[in-house]
Ligand binder design. Structure first.
Ligand code: CQM
Ligand code: MG
Length: 364
């Protein structure tokens, strides 16, 4: 059973900061993963501040078992030494059934809890996992004297997690968002892919066979086929669950680092469906995510034009042969609100968006 409404926003430990009533829409187009125990990667982190929306020190998968403590300590060192300015600082802790997670939390909260914005919890199965982390964080925050609650992000990477998606989003006022974990999820579902996210050439639909003059189907003749998106169903569920709960959905990792074209396509599908960002595993993917998850100048110009033409936002008008009304103006408001949020942290985008007048004219 969920907590009654009057208790939902009460701190879960005496002296812990009050949980948030709203999750701020902070830009997070790329959640950039680095291994804090890898000296070469860690050395690059200070210079990445300001170039990426989120820097995430990863402690879970992709960190070898023998390096878990080194990575945790590396994260503490980076957290203490770095001024993150406008960039958010997140971590992915080890899974709740691992031998490392308790030390992750009991070390990170007192050492760098004042710097950490969000803790990503992998392999979340249901509300019980979030409840566990929620209470423990409250106890640790109280003990450390923190005045700001650390937010929680869940990765969906089991069938049970997907089935329990709504209760996971609703489990705590700390819930900030969800990410897709396509590799673990594929394994858990017994999907027959061996990739980390992205498409698969075998998952397709094919045009019907053309027929000859006698109406006989020509099965061997050339037919167009279209690759489909293996992740559409899960992302769409995430988007609805997150929107309903006032939190944020993210596409997860795209493992084929060299295929920047397909990565951009996968990220754009997620953007169009309602995701606010994706993970970047390699610096090259930051550029892709920043581009894809920022509305284009054309889209912002069109949105401003519709908003200007719609006046008080009611009724119907024709713009370039298309009907716009109370509903389409709301879509335009979503686009403009995102552009405003991004302009506030990205000077290059600000310049581009500032060149668009309030009624949608793009100045040269
Ligand atoms: C893919 C890898 C091995 C290629 O690493 P590389 O060294 O072969 O690449 P490179 O192109 O040769 O690197 C060029 C330079 O960039 C640096 N570099 C390279 N990557 C980064 C980075 N991320 N951040 C900062 N710097 C980075 C690298 O150290 C090197 O520095 P150098 O010029 O000084 O020699 C490497 O990029 C990497 O380890 N990335 C992170 C992988 C990761 O975090 N995986 C876990 C998330 S995905 C996941 O867990 C799945 C999920 C959700 O759980 C589920 O679906 O179930
Ligand atoms: Mg995983």
């Amino acid at each position: 059973m969920t907590r009654p409404a009057k208790d939902f926003f009460a701190p879960l430990a005496v002296g812990a900061p009050a949980p948030p009533r709203e999750i701020p829409a902070r830009p997070s187009r790329a959640i950039h993963f680095f291994d804090p125990g890898n000296e070469k990667m860690a050395a690059k982190v200070p210079d990445m501040v300001g170039t990426v929306d989120v820097l995430l020190g990863n402690l879970e998968d992709a960190v070898k078992a023998e390096n878990k403590e080194k990575s945790r300590q590396g994260l503490v060192d980076i957290g203490r030494a770095t001024d993150f300015g406008p960039t958010q600082f997140w971590t992915r802790i080890n899974s709740l059934d691992s031998p490392w997670v308790l030390d992750d939390l009991t070390t990170l909260v007192p050492e760098i809890g004042d710097k950490l914005d969000v803790i990503m919890v992998p392999k979340v199965q249901g509300a019980e996992d979030i409840h566990y982390v929620d209470r423990l964080l409250a106890q640790l925050e109280a003990k450390a004297g923190l005045d700001r609650p650390i937010l929680v992000h869940a990765i969906l990477e089991t069938a049970r997690g997907v089935a329990n998606i709504e209760e996971i989003c609703a489990a705590s006022p700390r819930m900030q968002g969800l990410s897709l974990g396509p590799a673990d999820l594929a394994a858990d579902r017994r999907m027959k892919t061996t990739r980390v996210g992205g498409g698969h050439p075998g998952y397709l639909v094919r045009q019907d066979p053309v027929r000859d003059d006698l109406g006989v189907p020509q099965y061997d003749a050339q037919r167009t086929s279209y690759q489909q998106d293996l992740w559409h169903y899960t992302i769409a569920r995430m988007v609805d669950a997150c929107a309903m709960h006032g939190i944020y959905p993210y596409y997860g990792p795209f493992g084929d680092i060299k295929d920047t074209v397909a990565c951009e396509d996968q990220f754009r599908n997620a953007f169009l469906l309602g995701c606010v960002g994706a993970w970047s595993l390699h610096p090259v993917q930051i550029t892709i995510a920043n581009k894809v998850f920022s509305p284009s100048v054309e889209d912002v110009a069109h949105a401003r034009r519709v908003i200007a033409a719609m006046g008080d936002g009611t009724g119907a008008v024709m713009i370039d042969g298309k009907m716009e009304d109370d509903a389409s103006v709301k879509q335009c408001q979503v686009m403009v609100a995102l552009a405003d949020e991004l302009a506030a942290i990205d000077p290059e985008l600000k310049e581009q968006y500032d060149a668009i007048s309030a009624d949608g004219e793009v100045r040269a």
